[in-house]
Write a protein that binds this ligand. Structure first.
Ligand code: NAD
Length: 476
């Protein structure tokens, strides 16, 4: 069985290992991955501290060249990486390929950003003085990522961190160490100096907690659940570290009576069910205007009936398995709760396939109300609830009536309602006639309320988190 060690201070370090299991086939062990200890994590932080000064002072061309090399290597290995991603996380090969291309583009984008080096110059209000506002690296950044985007989310944290001169301690989710390890290997092979980038594949409760509490970590970027996010905030912010967090969602998709029905159904299907519904931006609340409600539900059920739930790597599969047993049990629990609250209009059954895996028929609830558990809590599975509303005003009120605020969508052919929704939806991202999930890599990503904390990720906006501003005054 292939062994995959941690990367600490430029050295590969073995240790006790854990298996990476394919959710489409529980007999398929992808490999063994070294489980980092707290001591390993401390060594990684020390190595990152030791490397921070020199890396922060490297000419931007050095950082740009390195990121570009990483991007080229991802491109060269893209087919193998996509296969590994589908095998360890369970999203379809098509979805996995898209995520790998995204990771490649992210490294390429930040290679350019490294060279742009943001800064401003002002004349002082006092005579004979010049002011320069520059950005410097924050120092050592701890990156903690979830399992649902095994290469995309690591890429969108690691690339800007390195581009702007920070050193990195990266802890991926335990469920998907495969893509994280391959990315670390690629970064190592690209020639990154020892200690600048460290990989610690360990448990959240010890290695993750060490990153949060260790004073050697200057900034923590976290993506995961609201519950874990609260611990990150308590630990890191209290000791004065910079914190950025992206968390859960309960994203609304409004469909108005004037919507193009085919488009609305495709947008709902993609947003709610693709990626097995395991996306923070998934449209789990479908808010449908009364006049189009019945037709929409009929068409969505027809579309759901045509989906093929099977092995993620099998050609033809449109929805892969649920990621693991814990999430599978959670999905079934919510389906049970939903049966008691609303009407299960379609699906929700565990499915048997040629291999033993966590296959679940996508579920659609109708007659749901916004105050029900299935409409309030993030389920993180292929499950959506239809809420019937009388008009646009009620739809907007229901859409905004949630503790989350990541993404919000509307399907309409009315310019008036599209514009009004874009302005008044209380979410970090708004989609008109396109799925709530599915975002670009070169612009701001993030939410409001319980979904996010701190500055935006991705695109040039990431500079806010990965740099610190210096204002210098000089008498001429
Ligand atoms: P999670 O919170 O369980 O774990 C996220 C990461 O935190 C993992 O690496 C985990 O090991 C680590 N962790 C766990 N306990 C920790 C602790 N006490 N201290 C430090 N680290 C700890 O989340 P998950 O189940 O991996 O991912 C699903 C969640 O992520 C969902 O809520 C989803 O909405 C969210 N998510 C959000 C976004 C976004 O950008 N908003 C993107 C993807 C996923």
């Amino acid at each position: 069985m292939a062994q995959h060690p941690n990367l600490i201070g430029g050295e590969w370090r073995t240790g006790e290992s854990f298996p990476n299991i394919n959710p489409s086939n529980l007999n398929d062990v992808i490999g063994e991955y070294a489980r980092a200890t707290i001591a390993d994590c401390r060594d990684a932080i020390t190595a990152a501290r030791g490397a921070a000064k020199d890396w922060g002072l490297t000419p931007p061309q050095v950082r740009a060249d390195l990121l570009y090399k990483v991007s080229a290597a991802i491109e060269a290995e893209s087919a193998r990486l996509a296969d590994l991603l589908a095998r360890e996380e369970g999203k379809t090969l098509r979805e996995a390929s898209g995520e790998v291309v995204r990771a490649m583009n992210i490294f390429r984008f930040y290679a350019g950003e490294a060279l742009r080096g943001p800064g401003e110059r002002y004349d002082s209000s006092r005579p004979g003085i010049e002011i320069q506002v520059t950005r410097e690296p924050v120092g050592v950044v701890g990156l903690i990522t979830p399992w649902n985007f095994p290469i995309g989310i690591p890429a969108w944290k690691i690339a800007p961190a390195l581009a702007w001169g920070n050193t990195v301690v990266f802890k991926p989710a335990d469920l998907v160490p495969g893509c994280a390890w391959e990315l670390a290997r690629i970064i190592h092979e690209a020639g990154i100096p020892p200690g600048v980038f460290n990989l610690v594949m360990g448990r959240g409760t010890d290695v993750g907690a060490e990153i949060i509490h260790n004073p050697g970590v200057d900034a923590v970027s976290f993506t995961g659940s609201v519950e874990t996010g609260a611990k990150v905030l308590q630990g890191a912010a209290l000791r004065g570290a910079k914190v950025q967090m992206e968390m859960g969602g309960k994203n609304p998709l409004v469909v108005l009576a004037d919507a193009d029905i085919d488009r609305a159904v495709q947008v709902a299907l993609d947003g709610a069910y693709f990626g097995t519904g395991q996306r923070c931006t998934a449209s789990s609340r479908l808010i449908i205007e009364d006049a189009i409600h019945d037709k929409f539900v009929t068409c969505l059920i027809e579309a759901l009936s045509a989906q093929i739930v099977d092995d993620a790597r099998k050609p033809g599969t449109t929805i892969g398995p649920v990621v693991d047993e814990r999430q599978f049990e959670q999905d079934l629990r919510y389906i049970e709760i939903g049966r008691g609250e609303a009407h299960l209009a379609w699906g929700g059954q565990p499915l048997k396939r040629a291999t033993r895996g966590f296959f679940l028929q996508p579920a659609l609830f109708t007659e749901a109300r916004n105050d029900m558990v299935i409409a309030k809590e993030e389920i993180f599975g292929p499950i959506a609830a239809v809420i019937r509303v009388k008009d646009y005003d009620e739809a907007l009120a229901v859409a905004n009536d949630t503790r989350f605020g990541l993404s919000a969508g509307i399907c309409t052919t009315s310019l008036k309602y599209a514009q009004h929704f874009r302005r008044h939806a209380n979410a970090g991202m708004v989609m008109v006639n396109c799925p709530t999930a599915g975002v670009d890599y070169h612009t701001a990503f993030g939410g409001r309320k319980a979904s996010s904390y701190g500055s935006r990720e991705q695109g040039p906006y990431a500079v806010e988190f990965y740099t610190t501003v210096k204002t210098a005054y000089q008498a001429m």
